[in-house]
Design a protein around this ligand. Sequence first.
Ligand SMILES: Cc1cc2nc3c(=O)[nH]c(=O)nc-3n(C[C@H](O)[C@H](O)[C@H](O)COP(=O)(O)O)c2cc1C
Length: 182
Amino acid sequence: MKVLAIYGSPRKNGNTAQMLDAAISEFPSEAEIKKVYLGDLQFSGCCATRDCKTLGYCIVEDDLQQVLKDMMWAEIIIFGSPTQFSDVSSELKMLMERTWWMKGKFKNKIGGYVITGRRYIESTINTLHAFILRHKMILGGSGALGYTFTEMGGLENDPLAIRDAHNTGKRLLELYEIVYKH
Ligand SMILES: Cc1cc2nc3c(=O)[nH]c(=O)nc-3n(C[C@H](O)[C@H](O)[C@H](O)COP(=O)(O)O)c2cc1C
């Protein structure tokens, strides 16, 4: 089992990371788990030259090239994103743009997510769903939301957050058994 966990918050040990850590803790010890912290990397969004459409690869040479390879490698991709100005983090959105040329390449990989935030979270969910479905991945999970009561607040006021994150991991594992072991 090859799992890629993409930590989309600029805060490496923040609320979103706690949720994602809980979700991936559900995977068995023999699972190969790669963790990518987007906040540690140097990269940009799509340069919109459309060269990828003819060349079949992304021409932007930066740290995301390895992440794109990791996404190809993975059987399960799980994203974590805070809600930032009513959507996924800009880091995660840049990564999403950079996969424009890869449509079809993630087909039947299992995709899930955990998010944090407290209001205007609809677009965060929608962006993640759209990404996973447009790539023809299999959307799984439990809709895990870590409800953060204050701007910088932790998850301690939301007793269901970590439970739901675990449920997301469990559900992705179930889907893996169905898709890859049957
Ligand atoms: C730039 C920025 C914009 C934010 N916008 C929203 C928002 O629109 N809705 C919301 O509920 N929380 C918003 N937040 C709060 C974060 O979603 C929340 O604190 C989150 O849990 C942070 O996750 P992290 O600890 O993993 O970074 C924003 C935070 C930042 C830094």
